[in-house]
Design a protein around this ligand. Sequence first.
Ligand code: ATP
Ligand code: MG
Length: 404
Amino acid sequence: MLQLSRYPFHTLKTVPQTSDNRSTGLLLQAGFVRQEMAGAYIYLHLGLRVLENIKRIVREELDAIGCSEILMTSFGTREHWETTGRWDTMDNLFKVEGASGKYYALNPTHEEIVTPLMQEFIQSYKNLDNCAVYQFQTKFRNEARAKSGILRGREFLMKDLYSFHRNSEDLDIFFEEVRKAYVRIYERLGLGESTRYVFASGWAFSKYSYEFQTDLGIGEDDVYVCSKCGQAHNEEIIDPTGFVCVECTSKEHFIVQASEVGNIFKLGTRFSNAFGLGYTDAEGKKQEVVMGCYGIGVSRLMGVIAEKFMDEKGLVWPENVAPFSYYMIVIGDHLEEAKKLAKKLESEGATVLIDDRNTGFGAKAGDTDLLGIPYRIVLSDKTLAQGGYEFKGRKESESRIVIL
Ligand code: ATP
Ligand code: MG
């Protein structure tokens, strides 16, 4: 349990006027994040807890389909980036100079690291049963316009998964498993109903790639939705002559603003061939390894959820991602009772923040709403005289007494 009397990150009285959307202001005011510079954010304790909750859900769903978590380096050698030709062609690549004039890349993505890494472990077809590795990693992109707070950073947290297969049929099967895992992830994050599966442009290997786009007024992307069958399309694949649905060929459509929260991509042999990653099949013949890659914007998701659910009083976190499930307000000399109750709730799987600061009820209740914690508990002389504590949901206006 966290006691606010021993916590350094206090809230602000008013929304700071530093950002271009309200949820970023609320995240600053409520003490979830601080901006270090344009496009780079520090996650304070509450913000980190939200990120960790998002990561937990992603991790559980990927582990359930047999993926293995690793942690790669956040910078990579110039040689690896030159091998794929992206040292010169990727326009947002951060390049840093090391000792003795050698250059490195701050990785914006990790194909250049994971492919040579897996070369040691993939030799035969036997090594390619469900070969999929992922990480949660800080990515660096020299974005021309870092804006919208944590929605688009120059430094941000991504989950990236890479899969390795004997052929494109195996990739197709695994790809579909990942797609379903993504659907479960967005559902558990509270975004199931507002997240669309969107056709986007692919590479030579496959006609399309696929994005997960959450409907959001401040989202950067225009998503074209077919009025007839509901299939969504990214702007890149809309023909200059006008919209034609790739599923049902209807021309009727509407456009929604959305934010890209993930994407899945068939890479084919682009990276395996660049690094010479192959395998020997059952007949002893050399074959090409076929790859897929799958991203989720973990820190962007925190911003999307904040923006999507906030109300006039402050942030509103879905239970699965909230930094704490209970905000416990203590009025008067009842800290010991509060701690006892918190321990009981924690033993049932809840997480509890105790507001034992030396301030009045109004300030505490205001912060409960600002922080967006799902449930508020009040322990005071008054509630104890009634035999318990007061309980209220963040979205409810009525409270009730729960008997202890
Ligand atoms: P976008 O189209 O938004 O620039 P992208 O197509 O470059 O993203 P990927 O490189 O596949 O995306 O990254 C995977 C995920 O990481 C994206 O779906 C998005 O959710 C997130 N992401 C990408 N760029 C940023 C950024 N600058 N800041 C925060 N999250 C990002
Ligand atoms: Mg994109």
